[in-house]
Each structure stands twice: as C-alpha cells, then as structure tokens.
Design a protein around this ligand. Sequence first.
Ligand code: FAD
Length: 479
Amino acid sequence: MARYIDTIVIGAGATGSAAAWHLAGRGGEVVVFEREGAEVTASGGLVSLAPFTDDALTLRLATDATGWWSELESRLGRRLLDTGSAVWVSGSDSPPRVAGVESELLDEAAATREWPGIRFPGSVLHVPRAVRLDAGVAVRALRDAARDAGAELRYRERVTRIRVLGDDRALVEVAAVDAAGEPVDQQTTEFECRRLVVTVGAHTTKLAGGVLVLPRLVVTQQQPGRFPLRGGAGTGVAPWQGSAQGADAGRVDAATGDDVSRGGELRAWTGGDAAGEGPWRGSAQGADAGRVDAATGGAVSRGGELRATTGGAAAGSGAWPIWRHDPVVGDPRSGYWRGSVWGAPAGDGVEVVWSAPGAAAAPDAAGFRSERRRRTALQHYVREWLPGLDHEQFTERGEVAVSTRDGRAVIDRVGPVVVATALSHLGSGFAPAVGALLADLADGVRAPAAFSLRADRRASTASAAPASASASPDASPGR
Ligand SMILES: Cc1cc2nc3c(=O)[nH]c(=O)nc-3n(C[C@H](O)[C@H](O)[C@H](O)COP(=O)(O)OP(=O)(O)OC[C@H]3O[C@@H](n4cnc5c(N)ncnc54)[C@H](O)[C@@H]3O)c2cc1C
C-alpha cells in the first residue's frame, strides 16, 4: 500500500525548495523528492532582483522576493543579500525607466568613468542599489529553510510516474537512483498525497505532460562564458590557471572542433575567434576544478558573508555591475548578436551569456556540445564591448533553459497538481516569492492569469514553433 504524505514536492531546485519552505511553514507533512544528490550545482554568480521591466506582476514578485530573502537572512542568521549596481544598456539615448526602484540615467561619459571595463553606446539606466544574491547560495539557503521548517528532503530519489486519482489525490512512483542517475534496483515505491507540487524545470513535459495540458515548453541550451579580467585587476590568477588539466579534458570533436564534453563541465577556451580550432591551453581546468569555482559559496555559505560567497564581488570583479545590453534593432553592428546580453561578476571573472535560446537540448543537459558559432559570437561581443575582459581565454558551461512561446512562466494548479516551470528571470532570485505563490495555489488560491494554464494560452502555444533567436528579452534568463 502506498504511504500517505500530505504534500509532495518534486524537485529541490530553487523553486521546489522555496515551495517546500512555505508549505512546511504553514503546517502539514511535506516531502521533497530530488533525483540528484544533495550537493548544489547551481551556477555561482550574481543574480539581481531589479527587474528591467515595467510589468506590474514582475515588480510585485521582485518586491515580495526581496522581503522573503530578508526574512530568510534573519531566520538562518546569515547574510544572503548584497546591494550593488545593475545597468540596462538599451542602445537608446532615452532608456526606459524601471518603475518601483530607485534609478538614474547616466550619459555615456559618466557610465564609462564608472565602469571602464565596459564600452557604452549611449546613455544607460543605472539602478545603484539593486538587491543581488548568488544563485548557488540561494538554493542552499532555501533548502536549509525548508528543512528547518520541517520538510523532509530526499535526494537521489527520482519520481518516475505521476497519476491523478481525484481532485485531492495523486500517486507518485519513486525510484532510488545512483550518482549517474541509474536506478539502484528494480524497485519503485508508491506514495499517495493530497497535493503534488511539480517543480522539475526542463523535465516538466516528460514528467507531467500526461496529467496536465501544458503549453509547448521548449528546452534549449545556454552556454554562458566566464571571462577573466584583463591586467590582473583583482584577479591576477584566474581560477583555472595553473591547475592540471583533467584526464578527459580536450575531448574535442575532430571534425567540428566542438567540445563534446558532458553537461556542465567547464573548459578553458583560447585562440581568439578561432576558438574551435586550438582549443586547449595547457592549464585548462577539469570539470571538478570548474565546479569549485561554479559552486562558490559552498564552502563559505554558512559563514554568513555574501562578499565571501560571491567571491568575485570581493576579489576584483566587484566593480562590475550586473548588466543587460540590448541589440539595436536594424543596426548591422549587432547583426551577430543572439538576443540581449546578460553579464554579471562571477568568481574571479565576469560571466556573459546570450539571452536567446540556443540549440534544442535534452532536459538534463547531458552531452552538452558547445555551439561554435554561438561561442565565437560571444567572444566577438566581449572583444568589441568589454575591453576590461580577456576575450581570448574563457571557460564555458552548458545549461538548459526552458521557455514558452509567449515568454511567460507557467504557474498554476489543476486538481491536486501544482506546477511551475519556464521561470527564466523569475528563477533563483524570485524563488521565495514564486514558492509563496505555489503554496497559495496548493491552499486553493487562483493563479495570476498571466502564468496560468488557461485555454487560450495552451492553444496559442501548443501549435507554436520553438522559440527562436529573436525571442523577447522577457523570455530570457535574467540576471
Ligand atoms: C544560462 C542561465 C542563466 C540564468 N540566470 C539567471 C539569473 O541570473 N537569475 C535568475 O533568477 N535565474 C536565472 N536563470 C534561471 C534559473 O536558473 C532557473 O529559472 C531556475 O534555476 C529554475 O529553478 P527551478 O527550481 O524551477 O528548476 P531547476 O533548477 O531546473 O530544478 C529542477 C529540479 O528538479 C529535479 N528533477 C527533475 N526531474 C526530477 C524527477 N523526475 N524526480 C525528482 N527530481 C527531479 C532536478 O534534478 C532539479 O534539481 C538562468 C538560467 C540559465 C539557463
């Protein structure tokens, strides 16, 4: 017979952990199943809670999230938030203003004085006291809070099947898996629950597509690049320099020059625009070395110092803002761009990523293949616009992004099943506010229409083509 649990959450990413925190805090038994281990692999790097948008709902979530993060800081007794600059480079001489946050317009000369490592095409919008936090620190904090509130987090337990038995009854089938994600035996265990919260990101269609009519969810690859500062300004030694090359480093497809390493591994690229051709410098780091950097905050997150956890902010890239740089429509100089650019201090360098989705990807990012044209375009951008960074040597990692045709998140409830996915810029930074929304849904409150699974949204997205490179900035992962 299936064991009964009041509320089951599937997925202990930022969203599921936040939902578990709120749900457990409101009482009742909450169990979270997470197919990965307890270690947090979320990318280090700053995310900003200053949304570059006038959308009222997004602004409300940003305000709510800031409040929840502050509360988490007091509950956990450690510092999570920082304030610093966030900049919107819109390419216009009269950039849009952001409602609800203090901001100022800086002309090109003033912006260049402030951030000499960035080239500006004109005036920019500056949010001087944007609330920021580290993505990896965020997930750890939310998991700790969920546990403290009484939720049980079970790792390496993959939900293999969901069934809806009634308006307030669902059944899940769970398999124990090993570090490679393989079942440890043929056994599965069944659990019945009153409420089921599905927060499995890119895996949503596969896991819940049979019980929910979802909009078309497009899973694509993102390949952020992390670039060291030029001239040793605070970095001196980039994290990978001097470290031994991993045993399997340098696995490059002979025909294409593309990296064929598996998901999430970091590699150092070199060689200017011909990055695909002469791929490895002797000191390229292996995957684990990369994770040390990517997991910044792991070792120090309990120390309570955000400056320490964000590393780069203290160690030299602190002078860098989080920024968004939009292409100018019709300007041939941005013809090679892949949507807007997002950049942020990360580790001892600066991470830069195109917002537009890349190639179609498997949900778990296994078999990440670096797209050479995308990589070269990013290098080109850094050379043109970021004189403070060394565009020749950088590391890349593979991530997956999930998006809808209309660029809106999916957050709704049908019967006992509550679902959240395609969160893009509502991801880690906004997670505590999204988690509260999910707990409300579980308690019977209706979803905001913009995020809901309403029929017209399903119809408009079900037949839609995959999101293209011209996807709106709002559909992009945000910093
Ligand atoms: C390149 C890039 C940059 C980004 N930058 C930012 C940013 O700056 N700021 C920001 O706020 N957001 C950013 N995002 C978005 C953010 O990372 C995501 O929105 C956020 O991670 C979503 O969290 P989640 O918990 O919903 O999903 P995920 O992080 O995907 O977590 C889902 C969890 O479910 C687990 N799972 C999956 N299937 C199962 C199963 N069957 N059984 C059990 N567990 C399962 C997975 O292992 C995983 O842990 C970025 C995204 C990308 C790709």
